[in-house]
Design a protein around this ligand. Structure first.
Ligand code: KG4
Ligand code: ZN
Length: 335
C-alpha cells in the first residue's frame, strides 16, 4: 500500500513551519522559521509582526520542506494546516496558503487543532503509543489535562483559570531579566540555584484538575520589586530554581492525582513547556514510582513545529475529517 504523504503547515504564533510526513508518524522533512529574535526586542510576540513575517516566510518554508524531502507538490496526497487556536492574523496566513495549495493541486485539505498537534508529537517519538491515555498539555497559551479517548476525540478535564504555564514561565523570566521566551532561561539558571531559598505560593483552584499560576507569577515579580526597593540583591538563579520547582510540582502532582482518580495507567506530556528538564524528570520519576507508562515528545518536537500537525492531520484524514474551501481560522476553539 502506498504511504500517505502530507504537507503540513503551522503558523499559529511566532514560528512559520512546514513539514512532510508519511503515514503520520514518519517525518520526511521539517522546516521551522522562527521569528523569536524580532519579538525578543518587544519582550513578547507582537501579533501584527508575526502575521507579516508568516506572510513573507511561508512560501520559502513550504518550498524548503518539499526540497528537503526531494518531492514536488504533485507527489503530496493532502495538505494539513493549523486553523485554531492561536493569533488570528498568524493563523489566517497558514490557512489561506494551505487553501491555495489544495485548490491549485486539487488535494484534500485537513484542518488541525494546534493542541491536538502538540499531543500528536508523542506519536512521532513513540511509534508504539496509541490512545486512550491522559495527557498534560503545557504551552505558552495552554495548560490542560486532556483525556485522549482516540486519535481525534479528546476531552478537557482541567485547565488554567488564568495564565498558562509557559506564560507564567515567560513573565517570571522577564521579571528576572531574561529575554523572551524565558522558559528555557529559567530551566538553565535553575540548575545553578538553591530551590529552597525563597518561599513561593501554590495558588489553589476550585476544581482540583484546574491550574492557577498568576498568583505565583505575581509573587516572583513582587519579590524582585521589594528586594529592589530595599536594595537587596535577588539571587536570580535561586529564584529561578524556586519558581521552577513550584510550578513543576503543581503540574506534576495535579496531573498524577488526576491520573489516579480517573484510572489512567498510560500518561503523556506535550507542548513547549514539555521541554522543561525538571518537569520531564519529575513526571518520569513519579510515573515510574507508581508503575505507570509515561511518554513525552523528543525535545525537538515540544515547541511549535509542522511535523506534529502532519501527524495529527493523518489521523484526522483517517477519521474522515477533511474540510472544504470555506475553512476559516479561529483564535480560540474547544478541543
Ligand atoms: O508550544 P509552544 O512552542 O507555543 C505555544 O503553543 O504556546 O510553547 C512555548 C512556551 C513558551 O512559553 C516557552 O517559554 C516555553 O514553551 N518553554 C519552556 C521551555 N522551553 C520552552 N518552558 C520551560 N522550560 C523550558 N525548557
Ligand atoms: Zn504551541
Amino acid at each position: 500500500m502506498t504511504k500517505m504523504k502530507i504537507l503540513s503547515i503551522e503558523s499559529s504564533c511566532d514560528e512559520t513551519a512546514a513539514a512532510i510526513t508519511e503515514d503520520g508518524r514518519k517525518v520526511i522533512s521539517s522546516v521551522i522559521a522562527t521569528q523569536i529574535d524580532e519579538h525578543k526586542l518587544y519582550g513578547g510576540v507582537v501579533p501584527e509582526i508575526a502575521s507579516r513575517r508568516h506572510c513573507e516566510n511561508i512560501t520559502g518554508v513550504c518550498a524548503e520542506a518539499l526540497e528537503k524531502a526531494d518531492m514536488t507538490l504533485d507527489e503530496i496526497d493532502a495538505i494539513a494546516v493549523t486553523n485554531a487556536p492561536g493569533l488570528i492574523g498568524a493563523l489566517l496566513v497558514g490557512v489561506n496558503f494551505a487553501k491555495g495549495l489544495a485548490l491549485a493541486k486539487n488535494k484534500p485539505l485537513i484542518a488541525v487543532h494546534h493542541i491536538k498537534g502538540h499531543i500528536a508529537a508523542n506519536y512521532i517519538t513513540h511509534p508504539e503509543l496509541e490512545p486512550p491515555y491522559l495527557c498534560l498539555v503545557v504551552s505558552g497559551g495552554h495548560s490542560h489535562i486532556v483525556k485522549v479517548n482516540s486519535y481525534t476525540e479528546l476531552e478537557t478535564v482541567g485547565k488554567t483559570t488564568d495564565d498558562a504555564a509557559g506564560e507564567a514561565f515567560d513573565k517570571a523570566a522577564r521579571a528576572m531579566g531574561f529575554q523572551y521566551p524565558g522558559g528555557v532561561h529559567i530551566d538553565r539558571a535553575a540548575k545553578q540555584g538553591d530551590a529552597k531559598k525563597y518561599k513561593l505560593p501554590r495558588p489553589a483552584t476550585k476544581n482540583p484538575y484546574d491550574f492557577s499560576f498568576s498568583g505565583l507569577k505575581t509573587a516572583v515579580i513582587n519579590l524582585i520589586h521589594n528586594n529592589e526597593q530595599k536594595g537587596i540583591e535577588t539571587d536570580v538563579n535561586s529564584l529561578a530554581a524556586c519558581f521552577q520547582d513550584t510550578i513543576t510540582s503543581i503540574l506534576a502532582e495535579k496531573f498524577m492525582a488526576a491520573a489516579d482518580e480517573l484510572g489512567y495507567t498510560k500518561l503523556a506530556l506535550a507542548g513547549g513547556v514539555a521541554a522543561n528538564s525538571m518537569l520531564r524528570d519529575k513526571l518520569s520519576e513519579m510515573a515510574r514510582a507508581c508503575g505507570k507508562q509515561f511518554y513525552m515528545p523528543d525535545i525537538s518536537l515540544c515547541g511549535d513545529n509542522a511535523a506534529m500537525i502532519g501527524c495529527q492531520g493523518y489521523y484526522e484524514y483517517l477519521a474522515g475529517n477533511t474540510t472544504d474551501m470555506s475553512l476559516n481560522a479561529y483564535a480560540t476553539k474547544k478541543l
